[in-house]
Design a protein around this ligand. Structure first.
Ligand code: PEP
Ligand code: MN
Length: 298
């Protein structure tokens, strides 16, 4: 065996033993995950925006928010039907009914649906309605859930655990990849810190760092990172400038009346301003905001 062939064999062996061997960059090109019937790209040169309320609260408010966001050109709608709440006495989401409402919003607007799944048993149900299954920060290390997402037939949006290292996040992604699902989108949503003035510490480092370590797309959740609406615009633009492939951002038609996370939710005017800002920053770094034609007045 020639010297170069034997060093290639060593590299191959190292890859085969790598703890996140499917997620690791290893010279692979960026993965582009395609969402929904419209095959909306997340990854590569486009900047994707997912927007909507924290929770599905009811038909009228969900459909009004979806319609307005769609009118702004947003192509993916977020909204929790199953909500992982810190207190068991807080609103837990509408469950199955929430999924039905999300499907109705998709029917009405053509938007793809992103919603959270909390347990392995609920994966088939949520996958019947959602275009992307979200794993929240509290479940990043729920390995049975991650394995169950291996054959759900939908892309997975995997949020970083609130106290997880970058390697732990990548190993969590590896569980989904190793179980047979290649479509994983990573999400930085802030990590715990000692600072009480913000909900979490937004870790901007991980955006360029993950671009080195993995081929998977990386998006950012500025809403849960900051926990306050006045910071969402700036954090979002910083994330896009640093190379994030997209945003998942909380928007409510009436944040003051929201049942969950109103204090960190943009109103529709704020969402419109954010899209324009993201458009400008994406253009400045040679990327492009993935935005449908504006069809309906917000
Ligand atoms: C959410 O996006 O609705 C959510 C609960 O976020 P996280 O898991 O990041 O707290
Ligand atoms: Mn929320």
């Amino acid at each position: 065996m020639s010297r170069s062939t034997s060093s290639e064999a060593t590299v191959q062996l190292e890859l085969e033993r790598h703890p996140y061997r499917n997620a690791v960059r290893n010279g692979r090109p960026d993965t582009v995950v395609h969402v929904g019937e419209a095959r909306i790209p997340i990854g590569g040169g486009a900047v994707a925006v997912i927007a909507g309320p924290c929770a599905v609260e009811g038909r009228d408010t969900l459909l009004a928010t979806a319609r307005a966001l769609s009118g702004l050109g947003v192509r993916m709608l977020r909204g929790g039907a199953f909500k992982p709440r810190t207190s068991p006495h807080s609103f837990q989401g509408l469950g199955h009914e929430g999924l039905e409402l999300l499907a109705e919003a998709r029917e009405l607007t053509g938007m793809a649906i992103v919603t959270e799944v909390l347990s392995p048993e609920e994966v088939p149900l949520v996958a019947r309605y959602a275009d992307v299954l979200q794993v929240g920060t509290r479940n990043m290390a729920n390995y049975r859930l991650l394995q169950a997402l291996g054959d759900c037939g939908r892309p997975v949006l995997l949020k970083r655990g609130m106290a997880a290292t970058v390697e732990e996040l990548l190993c969590a992604a590896e569980y989904v990849l190793a179980a047979g699902n290649p479509d994983v989108i990573l999400c930085e949503r802030g990590i715990r810190s000692f600072e009480p003035l913000v909900r979490n510490a937004f870790d901007l480092n991980v955006i360029p760092l993950l671009a080195e370590l993995t081929h998977l797309p990386v998006i950012v959740d500025p809403s849960h990172a900051a926990g306050r609406v006045d910071l969402v615009h700036g954090v979002s633009l910083g994330a896009v400038a640093a190379g994030a492939h997209g945003l998942i951002v909380e928007v409510h038609e009436q944040p003051g009346a929201a049942l969950v996370d109103g204090g960190q939710s943009l109103d529709l005017a704020g969402a419109a301003r954010l899209l324009d800002g993201v458009d400008a920053v994406a253009g400045a770094i040679g990327r492009r905001l993935d935005r449908a034609a504006h069809t309906v007045a917000a």
